[in-house]
Design a protein around this ligand. Structure first.
Ligand SMILES: NC(=O)c1ccc[n+]([C@@H]2O[C@H](COP(=O)([O-])OP(=O)(O)OC[C@H]3O[C@@H](n4cnc5c(N)ncnc54)[C@H](O)[C@@H]3O)[C@@H](O)[C@H]2O)c1
Length: 357
């Protein structure tokens, strides 16, 4: 495990996308988003994804350089078709419009269908929050991303259906809850497989419906991930599928749909300018009171600090911006192979050493 310089890594990852046909804007958005996911500690949604994205591109599961197609636009509503383009650029272009609308008109409902993988959903709530907007985002993966067993079931029926809720704080700061409704995000199983470590109890089933801790077994037998919180997590996941899949027109997780050959993230989001309901001072002061109240709870044994939604990510980012991003050998090999595949023939282990902190 070596630590990589975030800025150099961003440029390298953007270069891989540039060499694979993405334009500069698309390449930069992808490079920035993926490296930022590593910075906040979500390695499962970081540069480990590059090889998969390029593989999907070459399997025609994703289209290069797509612009957004506006299906319907009203003062408080935006319906977008992402044309099967990379999810991160489509999400950014769409959110920029929705945030502008929310700031002008108080709120905007954003429905997006047919986007590639949008990555770490919290990044989009952070974007809204740093523009003084509260956001609630629901995401599903129609077709190809089915991973989660229903409560009481034993095989894959739903996608990991994440939810993110973002709230702006003073000084460009924010609180962001960002979580899959599966008890663990699939990317974390991939990371555990790469690191050759076992998972905790109660997270996954093998392909025969039996509990297992082994990421290898999860993949080799096509196992499933359990919902978080039993019937409650399952219920939330099920309804998120309808909001983000059905209501956007992008399809629910049922495999019998036209998107089932690819990974498509459909998103239903509500963006609200906080100043349209209460004064800024009230909003911030009341949140401060809540934070202080909650943080003052006597800590359980072994707990150093009560953390708020998004706090662990902000702490990780501070640390990794100074120490660099740790990447395992398997991930580095994947990046080298992918760079070579897209024509960057000078990329090898020595080249990667130049990217170290
Ligand atoms: N695009 C997709 O299709 C897709 C699908 C699933 C998940 N994801 C992404 O995967 C990532 C990981 O999801 P996850 O469910 O594994 O997240 P997680 O379990 O690591 O974190 C969930 C939330 O809990 C908070 N948290 C973590 N530890 C805490 C603690 N000790 N105290 C208080 N709060 C704490 C985090 O700040 C976060 O808001 C997310 O970024 C999510 O958006 C994306």
């Amino acid at each position: 495990m070596n630590n990589y310089n975030p800025k150099k890594l961003e440029k390298f990852v953007a270069d891989i996308f540039l060499h694979s046909g993405s334009n500069e804007q698309e390449s930069k958005i992808l490079g920035d988003h993926l490296v930022d996911s590593n910075l906040v500690g979500h390695d499962s949604h970081g540069v480990i994804r590059v090889s998969k994205y390029i593989e999907w591109l070459h399997q025609d599961k994703i289209k290069l350089n797509q612009s957004i197609k506006i299906l319907k636009e009203e003062d408080h509503f935006l319906h977008i078709d992402g044309n099967f383009g990379y999810g991160q650029p489509i999400a950014k272009y769409s959110l920029d419009i929705a945030i502008t609308k929310a700031k002008a008109k108080g709120h905007c409902i954003l429905a997006m269908k047919n986007l590639g993988h949008i990555g770490r959903v919290g990044a989009w709530s952070e974007l809204a929050a740093t523009n003084d907007c509260v956001s609630i985002m629901f995401v599903n993966t129609s077709g190809f991303g089915i991973l989660m067993a229903p409560h009481g079931g034993t095989d894959r029926r739903l996608s990991a259906n994440p939810i993110a809720i973002g709230v702006p704080l003073e000084n460009n700061d924010y609180l962001v809850l960002d979580m899959a409704t599966s008890v663990v995000a699939e990317g974390k199983i991939q990371v555990a497989k790469n690191k050759k470590v076992k998972l905790a109890d109660g997270l996954i089933l093998d392909g025969h419906g039996n509990p297992t801790n082994d990421p290898e077994v999860f993949y080799s037998t096509v196992g499933s991930i359990l919902p978080f919180g039993g019937h409650k997590g399952f219920g939330l996941a099920f309804m998120i599928d309808i909001l983000s899949g059905t209501l956007t027109g992008g399809n629910s997780s049922h495999p019998d749909n036209s998107n089932s050959h690819t990974v498509i993230n459909n998103t239903f989001a509500i963006i609200i300018d906080t100043k349209k309901t209460v004064s800024e001072s009230y909003f911030q002061n009341d949140i401060k009171r809540l934070i202080n109240w909650v943080k003052a709870s006597p800590k359980a044994k072994g707990v150093e600090e009560i953390l708020l939604p998004g706090e662990i990510e902000k702490n990780n980012k501070k640390q990794r911006l100074s120490d660099g991003i740790p990447l395992d050998d398997q991930t580095i090999k994947g990046l080298i192979d992918t760079a070579n595949f897209v024509g960057m023939k000078d990329v090898d282990e020595n080249f990667m050493k130049e990217l170290l902190v």
